[in-house]
Design a protein around this ligand. Structure first.
Ligand SMILES: CC(C)(COP(=O)(O)OP(=O)(O)OC[C@H]1O[C@@H](n2cnc3c(N)ncnc32)[C@H](O)[C@@H]1OP(=O)(O)O)[C@@H](O)C(=O)NCCC(=O)NCCS
Length: 142
């Protein structure tokens, strides 16, 4: 995903540790994986992972509630335009709507990532009018 969307090569060890830490601690993140059922012999099926997203949360004192942030969105290229992300989004949206103090869903997206922008807009998301600024610290590896 990093390569496709931002032409960035990530360090595999760091990513693996980051995903493992996110899965291990629900306060850090929650992962959702869309599975496609592949038929086996007889009536059995096996699930093939075809898309994923990660959720994080942000507390809003202005509104006394939580924003749920959608991050790390990726659908396998061979399964795009088949409603995989739409299904993940609807699922997360339903879960968010069921929690009274969740204000809504947010995400950030590279401004040149037109496919992702169109996808989010097609699902009802709108530009929230903010610019994203950051100062990234240079930390020694390890
Ligand atoms: C963006 C991405 C997640 C979309 O996933 P997807 O499963 O193919 O999306 P869906 O099939 O659910 O599409 C839902 C709707 O979004 C819109 N859409 C999706 N892909 C689009 C594209 N390439 N161009 C224009 N509109 C698109 C369409 O309206 C689509 O409905 P339709 O197919 O009935 O016309 C996928 O292309 C992807 O993984 N891209 C690479 C990683 C990435 O960019 N991640 C986001 C980083 S912020």
């Amino acid at each position: 995903m990093a390569w496709e969307t931002e032409h960035k090569r990530l360090d595999p060890g760091t990513v693996l540790a980051g995903v493992a830490a996110g899965i291990a601690d629900p306060l850090k993140a929650r992962y959702y994986v869309a599975m496609h059922d592949l038929p086996l012999a007889g009536r059995e099926t096996v699930g093939q992972p075809v898309g994923t997203l990660m959720l994080t949360t942000e507390w809003s004192d202005w509104r006394n509630g939580w924003w749920w942030w959608i991050q790390s969105v990726y659908v396998d290229p061979g399964h795009r335009r088949q409603g995989v992300f739409a299904a993940l989004y609807r699922h997360v949206r339903e879960q968010a709507l069921a929690v009274p103090d969740v204000l809504g869903l947010r995400l950030y997206v590279e401004q040149d990532n037109k496919a992702a922008l169109r996808t989010y807009e097609a699902l009802g998301m709108r530009d929230a009018g903010y610019r994203l600024l950051a100062e990234t610290f240079e930390r020694p590896a390890g």
